[in-house]
Write a protein that binds this ligand. Structure first.
Ligand SMILES: [Zn+2]
Length: 288
């Protein structure tokens, strides 16, 4: 635990030092912007290809080709989902939650993009629709679809409670990826990464600045929709926390399934989609 009071006295100019103006670390004006109007026109041409149900306390992986759309839909009751993305042709290119947070902020919505890890660092998916965009930020500082959490996992659970629980999102995603790729469990586990917490309502407490969750405002029929910028493997876990209003890492919460719907755009239109190129940085890192 941190000590209750600072152990070092404030310098005479403490207020002045605290009072300097914050500067946005990464202004996004310079980012290539998605053409949401063009994506909406493309979406109007897309037809449902398939739908995959993700059972509660379990995960599924599906492939979504570049130029198609996919949607995560709430069915049955309020339920949070943990989302992983991989390049379907190279699993080492995966979603980078930390950099996405640095660029777009703590919670994502329509118009934001999901960026991949170094050295690729390109948009893997663009969020095109969010039926919970009305929620904004509540009085506790909470909002939905965060990139500040990690994913619930058995390691933290064992550390805090001393008992093993096997149906956390980390384990669910590990089993699903192993099944989807035929990789052994431990090799698949190495590809599982920090998530986009779909529908989850989270923030940091104002007094202790701790990560909090509260019951998700999602209701059946709500959805978050994405455009696949590159060929994707999409992994989604229906979190054992259910609506995450009480606890996770246990079988106590009421849980519901989630639906992944894939919308296929006509082949000819898909061919017109220009996939974002990997970063142009030369990767010499200043070495001689
Ligand atoms: Zn979870």
């Amino acid at each position: 635990m941190k000590p209750d009071a600072p152990r070092h006295p404030a310098p005479p100019d403490a207020e002045a030092r605290r009072g300097v103006r914050p500067v946005i670390c990464y202004p996004v004006d310079g980012l290539p912007q998605p053409d949401l109007a063009a994506l909406a026109r493309l979406r109007a041409q897309a037809a449902t290809r398939t739908a995959v149900e993700v059972p509660p306390r379990d995960a599924r992986c599906v492939e979504v080709p570049a130029g198609c759309f996919f949607r995560i839909v709430s069915v049955g009751g309020p339920q949070v989902g943990d989302l992983n993305l991989w390049n379907a042709n190279d699993l080492t290119e995966r979603f980078y939650s930390g950099k996405t947070r640095a660029l777009h902020g703590t919670h994502l919505s329509a118009g934001d993009r999901m960026w991949s890890v170094f050295p690729h660092m390109r948009p893997m998916a663009t969020i095109t629709e969010d039926t919970l965009d009305w929620y904004g930020f509540d009085e506790d500082g909470g909002s939905v679809h965060d990139v500040i959490g990690t994913r619930c996992d058995p390691y933290t659970g064992t550390l805090l409670s001393g008992s093993d629980y096997h149906y956390c999102c980390h384990s669910n995603l590990t089993r699903a990826l192993s099944e989807f790729t035929d990789l052994p469990l431990r090799k698949a586990e190495a590809h599982v990464h920090d998530v986009l917490n779909v529908f989850m309502c989270t923030g940091f407490t104002r007094d202790t600045h701790q990560y909090f969750m509260k019951a998700s405002p999602v209701r059946p029929g709500d959805y978050l929709e994405f455009f696949a910028e590159i060929d994707l493997v999409v992994g989604l876990s229906a979190c054992p926390g259910g609506d995450c209003g009480q606890e996770h890492t246990s079988d106590k919460a009421v849980c519901h399934p989630l639906l992944i719907e894939i919308f296929e755009t006509p082949e000819a239109l898909r061919e017109n989609h220009v996939q974002p190129e990997p970063s142009h940085y030369d990767r010499s890192h200043g070495a001689a």
